[in-house]
Ligand binder design. Structure first.
Ligand SMILES: C[S@@+](CC[C@H](N)C(=O)[O-])C[C@H]1O[C@@H](n2cnc3c(N)ncnc32)[C@H](O)[C@@H]1O
Length: 215
């Protein structure tokens, strides 16, 4: 809770943070990480750390780690200070690396990727991440519905997703609009390590001794 109070305080500090994902998407991302028990999370576009805080607060619970890319040194320094103030610095690694260079060096597979940087780079960086995304893993992209100035580039990103045979994707109307893409494989379980669910014997409904409830 302390960490989430820090998220609210960060957002309140300056108008520059209006470029952040906002509280609805922050909470949604935090919920996705927790419900998927995501352990390896990559954020592309960390800025001063608003979305990073939401992701980090969740991976602290899953025992995971957030890898966050922010190329601007000053922003990254501020991001680090904000994480430290929230007590979350130990679960996040910050880097200025481009996604195509970073992803091969990460502990695969990726459980969740957040794309929230320059929209022209969404397709390139989606492609850099996708082979490393776990079956059932997620890529979430921000600013799908707003601002409208990005509409043509976002349409290109969505067309790209529509052409993939191993992805199922939809827009979720949360915050500025999130495209949530899940990696689909025919079977999401490892049959060697997952025992089959026990079969249940048919249950005969009990006959009420007193003839059942009054009609
Ligand atoms: C919209 S802001 C991110 C906001 C952040 N996700 C949040 O919600 O607090 C976009 C950020 O992407 C960064 N960026 C620009 N090019 C990038 C790249 N090639 N890889 C990763 N981040 C990049 C920018 O410096 C900027 O800080």
């Amino acid at each position: 809770m302390e960490a989430l109070r820090a998220v609210g305080a960060l957002r309140g500090r300056a108008a520059e943070f209006m470029l952040d994902v906002g509280p609805e998407s922050g909470l949604f991302l935090n919920t996705l990480v927790r419900s998927a028990r995501a352990r390896t999370v990559l954020e592309v576009g960390g800025s001063v750390g608003y979305s990073t805080l939401w992701l980090a607060e969740a991976v602290r619970a899953t025992g995971g780690r957030v890898y966050s890319i922010e190329p601007v040194d000053g922003k990254r320094a501020e991001q680090r200070a904000n994480l430290r103030a929230a007590g979350l610095e130990d679960v996040v690694e910050l880097t200025a690396c481009e996604a195509p260079e970073l992803v091969p060096a990460l502990p695969a597979p990726l459980d969740l990727v957040l794309l929230d940087h320059w929209k022209e780079l969404y397709v390139r960086d989606f492609e850099a991440c996708w082979p490393a995304v776990a079956p059932g893993g997620l890529v979430v992209a921000d600013n799908i519905l707003t601002p409208k100035k990005n509409a043509a580039v976002i349409a290109g990103y969505r067309r790209h997703l529509a052409g993939l045979s191993d992805a199922r994707s939809q827009v979720v109307s949360v915050g500025a609009g999130l495209e949530v893409t899940v990696k689909c494989e025919d079977r999401l379980i490892d049959e060697r390590s997952t025992p089959a669910a026990p079969s249940v014997s048919p249950v005969t409904p009990a006959t009420p001794r007193d003839g059942g409830p009054p009609r």
